[in-house]
Write a protein of this length. Structure first.
Length: 272
């Protein structure tokens, strides 16, 4: 069995169908598992009826990291793919990631250059952009997007699964930082893969606050010398956004963020 593939999905039936159509066509020998996090759009029934060889695991909607870890526990491949349902693979994509890991035994994770439907590299922040420059062979980077990752199963014994304190956002960043702390590499591979983006992310103001919450967990754990300043900067941004942002959804998100900051419990998600 060459790959175990864990697809995380939530209310993305049409996108999931195309994702699985490609996987079953291009990777007929792979172990395929869909982790559905409480979809109400008929996704589970579609998987059962149209993709009978794909295993379906229903779990509570407790975040991306939680879903990924449930999937990792159910697969057995030496190389496990973790991916969103809005990743559209082409033949050779997963092989390119595996070849990168095979060539470097110190690497635990490999990921491609994700492209948007408009043909642009997916933005992962201003400081991530230089990783794309003159990328002609796999390059060690600080972290990789969790939208599509290949993880070496042998490395998981030391690395462990994703941190379930993160509900959404930052769990991939933490995984990469933890891998580096343990002496592993994260390899960015010069392979273009299409990522639709946002197919399973609802318009919910809590996601705004959750992104900041996760970043504060990261700074407290990996950059403690910066955490105090970081927290003050987040508080100041929330106050400015509340005063000047005209978008009511964003204002509600920053109001939630300000209230959460006042509560002093960095590990408590707004979704629980």
């Amino acid at each position: 069995m060459s790959f175990s593939v864990v697809v995380i999905s939530y209310n993305a039936r049409a996108v999931l169908h195309e994702c699985l159509q490609r996987l079953t066509t291009y990777y007929p020998g792979a172990e395929l598992l869909v982790v559905d996090t409480g979809s109400s759009d008929g996704s589970p029934a579609m998987v059962r009826s149209e993709f009978p060889r794909v295993r379906l695991l229903g779990v509570a909607n407790r975040g991306y990291a939680y879903a990924v870890n449930r999937g990792l526990a159910e697969t057995q491949g030496a190389y496990t793919v973790v991916m969103n349902s809005d990743i559209y693979l082409e033949p050779g994509d997963l092989e390119a990631l595996q070849q990168a890991l095979d060539a470097d035994p110190t690497a635990a994770l490999a990921g491609p250059v994700l492209f948007t439907p408009s043909g642009r590299p997916q933005s992962l922040g201003l400081f991530y952009a230089p990783n794309y420059w003159k990328l002609r062979k796999p390059r060690p980077v600080g972290w990789l997007s969790g939208a599509l990752l290949l993880v070496r199963r042998a490395a998981l014994e030391r690395l462990g699964g994703m941190d379930e304190r993160f509900f959404f956002y930052n769990e991939d960043l933490e995984w990469g930082l933890r891998a580096r702390k343990l002496g592993f590499k994260n390899l960015l591979v010069p392979r273009r893969v299409l990522h639709l983006g946002g197919a399973s992310t609802p318009s919910d103001p809590r996601f705004i606050a959750e992104g900041y919450r996760g970043s504060l967990i990261l700074s407290a754990e990996y950059y403690p010398w910066l955490h105090g300043l970081h927290r003050k900067a987040v508080w100041l941004e929330a106050q400015l956004r509340l005063r000047f942002d005209k978008n009511p959804v964003r204002r509600k998100g920053y109001r939630l963020l300000a209230a959460w900051l006042a509560g002093e419990n960095v590990n408590e998600s707004l979704f629980f």
